[in-house]
Design a protein around this ligand. Structure first.
Ligand code: A2P
Length: 272
């Protein structure tokens, strides 16, 4: 699968399995199924409370650790002080039964601790070989401007992106700063599956609206992590990269009228 380079040592496969809301046996099965289909990138988070199930799915798949790209995120509830980051880092590695994660993210910006303190603590984990690349999630341009001042390499910003919420300005800023963009909720929680243009293009390319949305995301240079618990849809999403959408059609998707973001919990900081 195509990859995007994050830093000298690390490349991220452009399609991964998202695991938000995947728990219990359903999570174990989805992870094992995805890996058997060919996924080599699994995205989780401390806050999803499914590290043990992700670990079990990986174990069940029989894949070697070095053949898999694993992302997790530090829990926003814990705060992001130096000591907490260090302790959480150790704990999540134990939960995932691994010596390192490929990508470690700040899950949500929390300005009660300086980004500098958090990122330097994360950088210590990286220097100790416990994370191969560092990044953030749900950061606006303003958060990134502040965070970049820490002088720690931020390789990825994972944010909500789908055809009805394309975040072009943020993507352009990330491109300028050489920060990869991972699109979460790429199907807008199934909402984008209703967009007429995606149906029109699905008919044209003999694909599904979900496959059109995912292909557009990757065609625009991003990484994406669709969540599915269903084996057929896990496969359908994986197959979204096996065809090309013509540029004029990609442009039509770029121009879909924009809507409000879907993921905006009370603790989010999107107005900053
Ligand atoms: P399910 O787990 O039953 O497949 P998002 O990633 O945008 O948050 O969307 C996730 C939602 O979309 C989940 O409810 C998931 O349900 C559903 N989903 C995932 N892949 C597909 C697909 N290819 N077609 C339709 N629905 C999908």
């Amino acid at each position: 699968m195509k990859t995007v380079r994050l830093n000298k040592e690390t490349e991220i496969p452009v399609l991964g399995l998202g695991t938000w809301k995947l728990n219990g046996e359903e999570c174990v099965e989805a992870v094992a199924e995805a890996i058997s289909i060919g996924y080599r990138h699994i995205d989780t988070a401390d806050a999803y409370e499914n590290h043990a199930e992700v670990r079990e799915g990986i174990r069940k798949s029989g894949i070697g650790r070095e053949d898999l790209f694993l992302t997790t995120k530090l829990h926003f509830d814990d705060g992001y002080k130096e000591e907490t980051v260090r302790k959480s880092g150790e704990r999540l590695l134990k939960e995932l039964d691994t010596d390192y994660v490929d990508l470690l993210l700040i899950h949500w910006p929390d300005r009660s601790t300086s980004f500098e303190e958090t990122l330097h603590a994360m950088d210590e984990l990286k220097k100790a070989g416990k994370a191969r690349a560092l990044g953030v999630s749900n950061f606006t341009i303003h958060h990134l401007e502040d965070a970049l001042k820490a002088g720690v390499e931020i390789t990825d910003n994972q944010v909500e992106i789908h055809p009805a919420f394309t975040q072009k300005e943020l993507r352009d800023f990330c491109a300028l700063k050489k920060i990869a963009v991972t699109a979460y909720s790429p199907l807008g929680r199934k909402h984008v599956l209703e967009l007429p243009l995606l149906h029109e293009l699905a008919d044209k390319y003999e694909k599904t609206p979900a496959q059109i949305a995912l292909n557009w995301i990757v065609s625009r240079g991003m990484i994406t992590i669709p969540k599915s618990a269903n084996p057929q849809r896990i496969k359908e999403n994986f197959d979204s990269l096996s065809f090309s959408i013509e540029e004029p059609d990609l442009v039509r998707i770029d121009e879909i009228p924009q809507e409000e973001r879907i993921v905006a919990p009370a603790y989010s900081d999107f107005d900053y």
